[in-house]
Write a protein that binds this ligand. Structure first.
Ligand code: M6R
Length: 613
């Protein structure tokens, strides 16, 4: 995590840095800082006031002394060392002429810090990152150029790193390096940039390139030179960027989360666009695994984290039901440590909005080492996972800035269900006419998503009635279970209220003991296969005095009459129901978080892209 930005040659470096940091805050916001080359040397300003850090920096930068050369900025998600000014980036060397920003984890930092201290360096922070500045200082003292000092520094650290260094001896130069953690470099004819991610540079750069593992880039105004780990000049890979600046702005909404919730009809429509042919065929043009190989697959593993994991759970139901394939699903951070049995007849599907989540990235790397075929469902074109996988299915939700996944979750659901139908077609487990009917139902989803969103006010009013409640249970069966998990996760992460998601049938095996008079239970009670059993579970919680809120299909007065309150959604095919059923839960979590005065785009302790294990 952490966001990095660098610029050189711009007449307005400060604006570029501050805008870039604002757009990268989804990667962390425990502290923020910048280092600028000014006439008197390196000028550094940092603030560690959580979500207020960036506004502190805006005020401080008004006082920046004189015209600026190159500049670097950082927004932090703390791993080593608590969020404080001394632990904020940029970090300096002992001479104050080198400054470094870093994203990743340096696994041997204790060892390196001890060696550096023994040779006279004074390290002042608790971070793992500070050693980088001192390692560079040591190499510069040996007469190396900055680029060679950075290469030497990268060689001596273990772990993941994306970093940018500046040195006052060469005020127009940025040196960027990458191992595992993502980094892009970009230019116009007069300016050079470095950033963790594309949104930071939308509208600023003409061409963007992705740095590969082990590459080091010298970035000067209008010029980029990349060398590989072997020191040879490399040609960086140009990024395909089809997002525009408006996609990274709030567009009249109070926050990105609400904007992104309302972009869901388009996110679903764009993800389906061009993939469903009228004759009932699924077209997957980015699939680089051929059909014969897919027919031979004996087992599928889905690996993902957080909301992507919940989308993967829905896919397990769809793939097993339609394509009759055996599917296991793993939390990505656990996958490779349990010794899964993989071979060339295994398909591993990595699901990741960002395509950079380190747990998922490492899981798919592990799968490739065992010769499994790897397919990735991601929202970010040319992300690390997209580049390393055998096949990619891009969700086309556009950039998601709010930390809580919303539109990308819906896009993942429809992408994974499309994939399941594709596999069913290939393996002949569904008749073409059946696939065609299902595809027709899918085409109706964007309009139904819009219709569910049309009920936002009803959901907000209901949430207001429960604003004083401290604990929520979400229950569902079959594909309602992942929806319950997602509803609970949304509520936890942005409202900080205690929420639990359970399979409704499991409640009686223990968790029901937690219920007491007035506990709030949200049940997913749309008409899926297990509706009757679900209603029996609802009766069990009502009998214990719980207040029951049910998600039900419009017109289903029978379900509506059971709960204390109802959240209505349109009907669809039962396996597509999660796409609609989750919408009132997103809105419910949003409303409760806002009622509590929380910053929904930047919830505490979280970051959008988690690039640490
Ligand atoms: O980028 P990814 O989809 O791999 O991210 C996975 C999780 O970190 C992510 O879904 C997280 O749980 C979100 N904050 C959920 O809203």
């Amino acid at each position: 995590m952490c966001g990095i930005i660098g610029v050189t040659g711009s007449p307005d470096s400060i604006t570029v840095l501050l805008d870039g940091l604002a757009r990268l805050e989804y990667r962390g916001y425990d502290s923020a800082g910048v280092a600028l080359q000014v006439p008197s040397g390196l000028w550094i300003e940092r603030s560690a006031r959580g979500t207020e850090s960036l506004s502190d920096l805006v005020a401080a930068l008004d006082r920046a002394p004189g015209p600026c050369g190159a500049g670097i900025g950082h927004t932090r998600w703390a791993t080593h060392g608590r969020p404080s000014e001394v632990n904020a980036h940029p970090h300096r060397d002992c001479t104050g002429t080198v400054a470094v920003v870093h994203n990743g984890i340096i696994e041997n930092h204790f060892e390196l810090a001890a060696e550096l201290s023994a040779s006279g360096h004074e390290l002042v922070s608790d971070t793992d990152s500070e050693v980088l500045a001192h390692l560079i200082e040591a190499s510069l003292a040996d007469g190396k150029a900055l680029v060679d000092a950075v290469r030497a520094c990268v060689r001596s650290v273990r772990g993941s790193l994306a970093m940018v260094a500046v040195h006052s001896a060469d005020p127009a130069l940025l040196v960027a390096a990458r191992r595992v953690s993502p980094l892009i470099v970009a230019t116009t004819d007069r300016i050079g940039f470095v950033a963790s991610d594309v949104p930071a540079l939308l509208g600023r750069a003409d061409v963007m390139y992705v740095l590969e593992d082990g590459q080091v880039a010298e970035v000067r105004p209008g010029e980029i030179r990349v060398v590989g780990a072997d020191g040879e000049i490399s040609v960086p890979v140009e990024l395909k960027v089809d997002w525009d600046l408006t996609a990274a702005q709030k567009g009249g909404f109070d926050n990105f989360m609400l904007k992104e919730i309302h972009e869901q009809p388009a996110a679903v429509a764009d993800t389906l666009m061009g993939r469903l042919s009228p004759g009932g065929t699924v077209l997957l043009d980015e699939m680089r695994i051929d059909d014969d190989e897919l027919r031979e697959v004996e087992k599928v593993f889905i690996v993902a984290c957080g909301s992507s994991y919940h989308a993967g759970l829905v896919a397990k139901y769809a793939m097993e039901h339609w394509a009759r394939m055996a599917v296991e699903i793993d939390i990505a951070s656990e996958f490779r440590y349990r010794d899964p049995i993989l071979d060339s007849r295994t398909l591993v599907v990595g699901v990741s909005q960002s395509g950079e989540t380190l747990d998922t990235l490492q899981a798919i790397r592990y799968a490739r080492r065992w010769n499994a075929k790897v397919l990735v469902v991601t929202n970010v074109v040319d992300s690390s996972m997209a580049r390393e996988a055998d096949g990619v299915f891009y969700t086309r939700a556009g950039p998601e800035i709010g930390v809580a996944a919303t539109k990308t979750f819906l896009a993942q659901l429809v992408a994974l269900e499309t994939l399941s139908l594709y596999l069913a077609g290939l393996r002949g487990t569904l008749y073409p006419a059946e696939i065609s009917d299902l595809l027709d139902s899918m085409q109706e989803l964007p309009a139904k998503v819009a219709s569910a969103l049309g009920r936002s006010e009803e959901v907000f009013n209901l949430a207001a009635a429960y604003a004083a409640s401290a604990e929520f249970f979400f229950i569902g069966r079959h594909v309602g279970y992942p929806v319950a998990l997602e509803g609970a996760l949304k509520l936890k992460e942005i409202s900080y209220l205690h929420a639990e998601g359970y399979p409704a049938g499991e409640l009686k095996h223990g968790p029901i003991a937690l219920l007491e008079e007035g506990s709030i239970v949200v049940g997913i009670a749309t008409r899926t296969r297990l509706w009757e059993k679900m209603m029996a579970n609802v009766a069990e919680v009502r009998a214990r005095g719980a207040v029951v809120v049910l998600v039900a299909n419009e017109g289903d007065e029978e379900t509506g009459s059971v709960g204390d309150a109802t959240l209505w959604v349109p009907s669809t095919h039962p396996l597509f129901a999660p796409v609609l059923d989750v919408i009132p839960l997103q809105l419910f979590a949003y409303a409760l978080a806002r009622a509590r005065g929380n910053d929904v785009d930047r919830p505490r302790n979280l970051a959008k892209t988690v690039t640490v294990e």
